[in-house]
Ligand binder design. Structure first.
Ligand SMILES: NC(=O)c1ccc[n+]([C@@H]2O[C@H](COP(=O)([O-])OP(=O)(O)OC[C@H]3O[C@@H](n4cnc5c(N)ncnc54)[C@H](OP(=O)(O)O)[C@@H]3O)[C@@H](O)[C@H]2O)c1
Length: 284
């Protein structure tokens, strides 16, 4: 019999992830702070809860996909107030290693389990279940959660230490930060100099420098399509998390420092809710 699953946080990523679970026949209880976002899932047979605690009360496994440390801290206090003994909370948000380490400890002290499973990939991968997952936490909890995680991700990397999963996600997002900075300044220069952004992507495509990210984001930048797949303000959040975590291990982060100020400038100019590729607007 399938376990009852709860899903909290039905944003850009959470909604398609939860949809996969309800489509696969998992009994699903959902909560979203903005209630209207529950409607498409309820239409498919999910139950809408009035609070995170209600989700936790009814579920064997609760998944969260919320914005940041503050949101996860708030939601997990409500989950912990009522979750069943032996239940599992899997957080998929991008948050600090300090918080995930603290949560794992708190849950274990009350006979529950906490796994951190941040994801790499965006809305298309969340929709078709091809996310990459970095799962940190105990083997026992992971063994129980594996069938659910397999519905969400195509490839799973296991980390016995919960904070190592969090750190791996921040490392991967540091590539996004550096790559979008390089791509944006290159395309801005090519366009302003009349060289042609399409030609830049074409040359990249034939070279060892290419990446799928450069092609996908390059194409949408040239089409001036900045509809969000990953909010620019969330890339700033992750850039700050990476910087703080790397510094705590005595690592200098010069690329991240320079991108932090570019992203802050973009947010101050009202671009926070656009796709992160919108940083090109402040470079030209
Ligand atoms: N988009 C991507 O490509 C991507 C990829 C990998 C990882 N991530 C990470 O995944 C997480 C979610 O990102 P997203 O793109 O789905 O962003 P999003 O659309 O802004 O979703 C954020 C979700 O968190 C909820 N939330 C925020 N603060 C809350 C609070 N205090 N209490 C309860 N719920 C709260 C929001 O509720 P409301 O609807 O009420 O605002 C929403 O459901 C972030 O950590 C992000 O960095 C995103």
């Amino acid at each position: 019999m399938k376990p009852t699953v709860g899903f909290i946080g039905l944003g850009l990523m959470g909604a398609p992830m939860a949809m996969r679970l309800v489509d696969a026949g998992y009994p699903l209880h959902v909560f979203n702070r903005t209630k209207e976002k529950c409607a498409p899932l309820v239409h498919k047979g999910a139950y809408a809860a009035s609070a995170p605690a209600e989700v936790a009360e009814k579920s064997d496994i609760v998944i969260t996909m919320v914005t940041n440390d503050d949101a996860l801290r708030s939601v997990s206090s409500q989950i912990q107030s009522i979750a069943r003994s032996g239940s599992i909370h899997i957080d998929c948000s991008t948050v600090s290693p300090v918080l995930t380490t603290a949560l794992e400890k708190e849950y274990s002290q009350t006979g529950r389990f906490f796994l951190h499973s941040p994801v790499l990939g965006s809305i298309p991968q969340a929709t078709d279940g091809t996310l990459m997952l970095f799962v940190g936490g105990s083997d026992d909890a992971y063994a129980t959660a594996d069938p659910v995680l397999t519905m969400l991700g195509q490839k799973i990397w296991r980390f016995p230490k919960v904070e190592h999963a969090s750190i791996m996600k921040l490392i991967m997002n540091s590539f996004i930060t550096g790559m979008i900075g390089t791509l944006s300044q290159a395309l801005a220069f090519a366009q302003n100099a009349g060289v042609g952004g399409e030609t830049v992507l074409d040359v990249l495509n034939s070279s060892a420098l290419n990446s799928a990210m450069y092609q996908t984001k390059g194409k949408s930048i040239l089409e001036k399509n900045f509809s969000p797949r990953f909010f620019l303000e969330n890339l700033l959040k992750d850039t700050n998390l990476f910087r703080e975590a790397a510094r705590s291990y005595s690592v200098d982060t010069p690329v991240t420092e320079s991108m932090k100020s570019v992203l802050e400038k973009a947010v101050s100019q009202g671009l926070g809710k656009e796709d992160y590729s919108a940083i090109i607007k402040i470079l030209q």
